[in-house]
Design a protein around this ligand. Sequence first.
Ligand code: 13P
Length: 259
Amino acid sequence: MKIVIANWKMNVGVRESVALARASLLTLRGRKVIPELVICPPFVALSEVRKVVARSSAAIGAQNLFWEPTGSHTGETSSRQLLELGVSHVIIGHSERRTQLGETDEMVNKKVLQALSEQMTPILCVGESKGEREAGEARAVVETQLATALRGVRLHGNARLLIAYEPVWAIGAGESASVGDVIEMHRFIRSILANLFPDAPAGQMAILYGGSVDGENAYRFLRESEVDGVLVGGASVKINQFKEIVEAAAEVLEAQRPE
Ligand code: 13P
């Protein structure tokens, strides 16, 4: 399994999103095996992007949701509203929301529970800051984030849970984490998930890396069995970069195919 998720953040408008969605889908053309592709446009572009993505194998993700299904919550968006727009995935707990908007692990937990209750796939983001890594606290921070965010979570039926390990210091930094550090953290996260969900089949959960993934370094991460995919920010709105990332994932999958 290899998953490529494009997080366009607030970097594109509606028209640009439509063009970018078309170009992103073209990167899948002519491949024998393709990675799972999830496109996460800004909210304002969801319905237009849906028209482009319909009938393709790509899925649409939102960049956030609110934890109540309906009600007086000015400016918020519910999972039900997102489902109406064909949204199947949702990024939850991105570090930009944690640091810029004060999102806490408790809020993240409510959002994860809400997404799963509506059969949406959460893309739960965790990761330590630079100071926390330097203090040797990276694992402890990620463990606490996961323990709180996944409190009360059950994976019923074929519900899926994607975890994105995104060290805060590598996001938009132009310099990714090292492959070795990523593998180590993914192993740690996998062990926590195995404890929390002992009965969940392997394919139900995936661990992705995010943080300055680009066309140049994507293959180095994706070829590792510990890395089920990548969550891409800046390079996902640069189509040449994004094409290389999708190609890297496809190459890894092709190499894994039995003769
Ligand atoms: P960059 O790829 O721009 O570092 O962003 C990563 C990210 O935050 C994806 O959610």
